[in-house]
Design a protein around this ligand. Structure first.
Ligand SMILES: Cc1ncc(COP(=O)(O)O)c(C=O)c1O
Length: 426
């Protein structure tokens, strides 16, 4: 099986390197499991996006990886940011994003989130349901808002990351008239300024067909409502390469397809074409991430060989959540053919299969270092402490000397916020 190296990954003498940094040295210095994040790959993707969509409003969808180090790189690269909670919002502010660069999302925003958005004057609040229109209007003065629309398009992806269909908890349904009611509600409120419409059809999409179909419906709706539209946001959704079969279209092709979709729809209606917005998450960070694990156990069970690594569902719940697939590399035996099939499992008290059929050298054994590619999106961000495992460290490579961006949690971190009732003294 041919190894597909991503970003700055290299094979030097049979060992995996990220630029000049060897996986073995990183594992020795920072321990395993270890999230390795390739800043140069991320910066390159940000620049590709900016170049492919000149004049567009590009916000990094911070939910994909909201570590402060990654957010600060996004800021340096000139992106704005999309946040979906107070925590993500505070993370963005902490690294220096100005409030006007921030978009707030959420299908059930708390009063605290709305108040904070109004107090600091966020760039955009994307409205998702009727009652928050009134709530925000009472708090805000001149707040720029967008309506999140559910355009009724089914993307071809996993159900848990499909969001653009009619039957969804997100946004205002165009077909059943909810979107029009929301539009009328917003227009009644002088403290809100409707700048445009938003849709996000789904995630890990290999092409822009669903985006184009959705944007046509959004544009039709915008034209029907009549008020001039400043911005149309296409959300995120562009996919990345997890396994060889994943062949997502390029960032340039994606941006061009979305631009043509919006332009076509507005031109056909004879109205001015609004500014385009994008909220890429996975496409920017996914391939920049690699997780290093150590094999602890090699076990033959019938015809199958299990490799149990020192991480699993707590640092990467995606295989269990979405049936997500990944590619593994034996980081110290890269010159050996990766042709034998193994099941890579985690160490949690569940059947936490990380890769059901991983192709690795037949000699792969206990003590080997395994690199799982494309873990930059929705891994760190979704990590838990299941089984009381401290969360892994994240090391940043490709930005000068590797540095520890997130410290490994300690056992005392795990208990820092817990109390037991003190026993009455006799
Ligand atoms: C509103 C919105 N924008 C952007 C994104 C980012 O999506 P992706 O990581 O697929 O680019 C999401 C993902 O859930 C989202 O809900």
């Amino acid at each position: 099986v041919h190894l597909r190296l991503l970003g700055s990954q290299r094979n030097i003498g049979g060992e995996l390197f990220f630029g000049e940094a060897s996986a073995r040295d990183l594992a020795r210095e920072f321990g395993t499991p270890l999230y390795v994040f390739d800043a140069s790959d991320f910066r390159g993707k940000c620049r590709e996006f900016l170049a492919a969509a000149p004049g567009s409003h590009i916000s990094y969808a911070s939910k994909a990886n909201s570590s402060l180090a990654v957010l600060s790189l996004a800021l340096e690269e000139g992106l704005d940011v999309d946040c979906a909670s107070l925590g993500e919002l505070e993370a963005a502010l902490r690294v220096g994003f100005r409030p006007e660069q921030i978009t707030l999302h959420g299908n059930n925003k708390s009063d605290e989130e709305l108040r904070r958005a109004a107090d600091i004057g966020l760039g955009r609040v994307v409205l998702d349901h009727l009652s928050e229109i009134g709530k925000l209007a009472d708090l805000a003065r001149g707040m720029r808002v967008m309506l999140r629309l559910a355009p009724g398009v089914d993307p071809e992806t996993h159900e848990a990351i499909s969001t653009g269909q009619e039957d969804t908890k997100f946004g205002f349904n165009i077909a059943d008239g909810s979107a029009e009611s929301a539009y009328r509600e917003v227009m009644k409120r002088s403290s809100l300024r409707l700048i445009g419409y938003h849709c996000h059809v789904g995630s890990q999409l290999m092409n822009s067909h669903a985006h184009q179909a959705a944007l046509h419906r959004v544009a039709d709706f915008a034209v029907r409502m009549g008020s001039p539209v400043e911005e149309i946001c296409a959300g995120g959704g562009l996919g990345v390469r997890y396994v060889a079969a994943d062949q997502p279209e390029s960032i340039a092709t994606h941006c061009e397809a979305v631009r043509r979709g919006v332009e076509g729809a507005f031109r056909a209606a004879g109205t001015a074409v609004p500014r385009l917005g994008f909220e890429p998450g996975r496409a920017l960070v996914g391939e920049a991430g690699t997780t290093l694990y150590k094999v602890g156990v090699r076990k033959q069970v019938g015809g199958r060989v299990y490799l149990s690594v020192d991480g699993g569902m707590a640092d990467n719940p995606r295989p269990q959540l979405y049936g997500a697939t990944y590619t593994a590399i034996n980081a110290s035996r890269m010159d050996e053919p990766h042709g034998a099939v193994f099941r890579v499992s985690g160490r949690h008290c569940e059947t936490d299969t990380l890769i059901s059929e991983a192709f690795l050298p037949s000699t792969t054994d206990e003590g080997d270092l395994i690199a799982i590619q494309t873990t930059g999106a929705y891994n760190f961000a979704m990590a838990s402490n299941y089984n009381r495992y401290p969360r892994p460290a994240m090391v940043m490579v490709g930005d000068g000397t590797p540095y520890l961006a997130v410290e490994r949690e300690t056992l005392s971190d795990l208990f820092a916020r817990e109390r037991v009732r003190s026993k009455a003294t006799p």
